[in-house]
Ligand binder design. Structure first.
Ligand code: APR
Length: 183
């Protein structure tokens, strides 16, 4: 099983050492880029968004206000405040409605965040499970899309050299582990 939060188990799978799954709090990550599950107004909120703004300090929100917003499926970058990262990559996941448009929008979140990381020269990037909290995306389906999109991107690009999915609970970790074919 996944172990406790203080000593998260890391599963290194596929693509050599470039893709990892771990259980934990993403605000404690030491990586070049931390991805935030934001909303389209970049207005902050609960979940991982609230945790990132709380831990990173008010400078991140000041930058978000200047940027003003971000469409669903797209990603914008800010500095990372007090977090141990160079950049926060705010991506806006789709709200699950089951009307068919969500898979492409969710894939686009991962693709645009990874492309921005590559273009900014970020070597390591940590993702939370986009859309599977407040936005209610079924986690098994979201995990399949996330893993497939990340693996495709890593196959086609040299940067980032490391992508780590930081999952907040065991159920979510297990869904991603299954999606990655490591169950
Ligand atoms: N570290 C890692 N993962 C976290 C953390 C954390 N500190 N806190 C929450 N999570 C997990 C949740 O348990 C869930 O698995 O992140 C996943 C995504 O959940 P949400 O944060 O609710 O994100 P999302 O479903 O994309 O909804 C976005 O929520 O907070 C608002 O402003 C945000 O309106 C936006 C919406």
């Amino acid at each position: 099983m996944a172990g406790d939060r203080s000593k998260p188990t890391v599963f290194r799978i596929i693509a050599g050492k470039r893709f990892e799954l771990t259980l934990g709090d993403i605000t404690r990550e030491r990586v070049d880029g931390i991805v935030n599950a934001a909303n389209s107004r970049l207005a902050g909120g609960g979940g991982v968004d609230g945790a990132i703004h709380r831990a990173g300090g008010p400078g991140i929100m000041a930058e978000c206000r200047k940027i003003g917003g971000c469409p669903i499926g797209r990603t914008v970058a800010t500095t990372a405040g007090k977090l141990h990262a160079k950049r926060i990559l705010h991506t806006v996941g789709p709200i699950w409605r089951g009307d068919g448009g969500e898979p492409e929008l969710l894939a686009s979140c991962y693709r645009t965040a990874l492309a921005l990381a590559r273009d900014e020269g970020l070597a390591s990037v940590a993702f939370p499970s986009i859309s599977t909290g407040v936005y209610s995306y079924p986690v098994e389906e979201a995990a399949m899309i996330a893993v497939r999109t990340i693996m495709e991107f890593l196959g086609a690009n040299g940067l980032p050299t490391l992508v780590r999915m930081v999952l907040f609970d065991v159920k979510t970790l297990e869904a991603y582990r299954k999606a990655a074919g490591n169950s």
